[in-house]
Each structure stands twice: as structure tokens, then as C-alpha cells.
Ligand binder design. Structure first.
Ligand code: MN
Length: 333
């Protein structure tokens, strides 16, 4: 059976690099592989293992191994083996690219269908829920400790939205079951890394929901927050994570729009679709990008301008889907 250890025989110095703006899957897969290799380091006569990643939120502090991750890319160390995790292309490596460029051997482990197969060895499983799911299959199950299992579990729950997104398969759940058998505190891992919010984050969430309003026959929900509010709560835009998803699950809503002020006359717009509206088309029109059901862009002007410019694009798509009459009737009533 193919194992990641087959690829690193004889390597003295190993580096593991995750992608820019690391997410749970990136952090989970890197710490899982790091801990696994650390446990067999002496046996394989490995001298050192470094892990590099940009800084991330403290909701991942409960993962063991995160304390060893290096966030400054100042060292010019040259490695025998470079392992990239959860990166679809070289530009996703950020500052870690220099270690890729100088390494003797490069390995790319990922699950993005768009992966550009940029390394010497590419282990890309496009139908896997997460890189953590891919990593699990490359490790010897007997050597997966409770700590490693927790890292892998966190990656899987983050990329599947706690087993909710359609990338969740029977295999994903079977792996999750095996990880639970390792004795991980799965409820706590889910709560603390995924759902938990600070008091401020909850205050902001409440405020954004209070300020929301429905348009286009109650099929579209919109909310916004300006910089004064963020300053009042001493909050940063990352404290608004999750607002758009809460707006999206409003019953009857097809499209959710969340807008926050980046700078004077400059707004970040997040778009989500529950149905057939392709929000990426709208985001791309305004210079942004994304997927059919989740997209975003940055827009200039007053908040009123931003909303008034967005609405016709949503309306056009809704009209195509439901026919003009429905929307016009509801608006006129
Ligand atoms: Mn991933």
C-alpha cells in the first residue's frame, strides 16, 4: 500500500507548507502530518521537520502541534523534501514558495480538482472531501495517535461544514468514525474550532441580523455593517465570519447579500445562493469572483449605490428563473 513515508526515505530535512490564509483543513493536515513524522523521526533518521504557514485564528489553538508552526518565512534553509498540503497551485504557497524552489524533491498532496500538479510527486484526490481525508489514507492507521486523529478530524469538519456540504461521502464518514474510535473529543473539537464565537462576534451577528431587510418578493436578504460599528466593537472583518451564512438560511430566501465597509466609499460584498441564481456571475461583473453558490467582490460608491447596483443583477436572474410576472406582482403588492 502506498504510504507517504515511501517518498521520504533518506531525507534529512523536511518542510511542510500550507496555503496562504490557512483554513481548518490546511492547519489540520499540516499538523497531522507533522506529528506523524515527528513520532517516527528517529526511526527514519530524519534530522528536522519544519512547518510553515501564515498566522491564523486562535480557534485552532486546541490542535496539538500548532505551537510548533513557523509563521515567519525568514530562514533560507534548503530542504531535502518539500511537502505542500491543501494547495491547488504554486501561487497558493505564498512566501513558502522559496522552500519549494530550492528543495531537492517536492510533493503535492491535495483534493482540489483545479490542482495544477506542480510538484515532482502529485497526490491529488479530487473526490476527497478534504486534504485531511487524503492524508488519512497515506498514513499507517496503527500509528495515528489521538492527537493526529484530532487534527485530521478538524480538517474534515471544516471543509465539509461539519459533514453538511455535498463533498461529504460515505468514505468521509467512515474515516470520521475511525477517528472517533481513537478517542478524540469530537463534540469539543467541533464547538471550539468551528461554531464558537466571541461575545463581540455574537453581538455583531445579532446587529447584522437586526438590520437585515428583504427585497425582490422576499427572495433576497441584504444586510450591511459600516466601519463605525466595527470600531465601536473594536472588531475586525474576520469577526463577521458566519454572518452571510446565517442570512442565507433565512426561510424562503434565494440570495443573501452581506456588505461591509472596507474604507470610505469602498465595500466588500459577499453573495450566497440557495437555488439557481449563479452569484459568481454577479461577482465577476463587479470585478470579483467565486463559485455558483458563494462569491464576492469589492464595490465603490455609497452603500445605497452598491445595493442599487447589485439588485438589478439578482432581479434579472430571478426573472429568468421564475418569469417576470412573479417578481413584478410581488413587488407591486
Ligand atoms: Mn481543503
Amino acid at each position: 500500500m502506498y504510504r507517504i513515508t515511501d517518498e521520504i526515505v533518506g531525507a534529512k530535512k523536511i518542510v511542510i507548507v500550507g496555503h496562504v490564509r490557512p483554513d481548518g483543513d490546511c492547519i489540520g493536515s499540516c499538523t497531522a502530518l507533522y506529528q506523524y513524522l515527528m513520532n517516527i523521526k528517529d526511526e527514519l533518521q530524519i534530522e528536522s521537520i519544519d512547518v510553515y504557514m501564515e498566522p491564523f485564528g486562535n480557534n485552532f489553538d486546541l490542535i496539538s502541534g500548532v505551537e510548533d508552526i513557523k509563521h515567519s518565512f525568514e530562514s533560507d534553509e534548503v530542504y531535502d523534501v518539500f511537502i505542500s498540503l491543501d494547495c491547488s497551485s504554486l501561487d497558493r504557497l505564498g512566501h513558502g514558495l522559496k522552500y519549494f524552489n530550492t528543495a531537492k524533491k517536492t510533493i503535492n498532496i491535495d483534493h482540489h480538482i483545479s490542482n495544477t500538479l506542480f510538484a515532482d510527486i502529485n497526490h491529488v484526490v479530487a473526490d476527497a472531501s478534504s486534504t485531511c481525508e487524503v492524508i488519512y489514507e497515506l498514513l499507517d492507521e496503527d500509528q495515528i495517535t489521538k492527537e493526529i486523529a484530532a487534527s485530521i478530524y478538524i480538517g474534515i469538519i471544516h471543509d465539509t461544514g461539519v459533514f453538511k456540504h455535498n463533498n461529504t461521502s460515505r468514505k468521509t464518514l467512515e474515516i470520521a468514525g475511525k477517528l472517533i474510535d481513537k478517542g478524540i473529543a469530537f463534540s469539543r473539537l467541533i464547538d471550539e474550532s468551528f461554531y464558537q464565537k466571541t461575545y463581540i462576534q455574537n453581538q455583531l451577528m445579532g446587529r447584522c441580523l437586526m438590520e437585515s431587510f428583504l427585497v425582490l418578493g422576499n427572495r433576497v436578504i441584504i444586510s450591511s455593517v459600516d466601519r463605525r460599528i466595527l470600531e465601536f466593537y473594536k472588531a475586525s472583518p474576520t469577526d463577521l465570519d458566519g454572518v452571510i451564512d446565517q442570512l442565507r438560511v433565512t426561510k424562503g430566501v434565494e440570495v443573501a447579500i452581506f456588505i461591509y465597509e472596507l474604507a470610505t466609499q469602498e465595500y466588500k460584498v459577499s453573495l450566497r445562493s440557495n437555488g439557481d441564481v449563479d452569484v459568481s456571475k454577479i461577482a465577476i461583473y463587479f470585478g470579483g469572483g467565486g463559485h455558483i453558490k458563494a462569491a464576492g467582490c469589492t464595490m465603490r460608491g455609497s452603500l445605497h449605490d452598491v445595493i442599487n447596483n447589485l439588485i438589478p443583477h439578482v432581479e434579472t436572474q430571478l426573472n429568468t428563473i421564475y418569469g417576470n410576472s412573479l417578481i413584478v406582482d410581488i413587488k407591486g403588492s
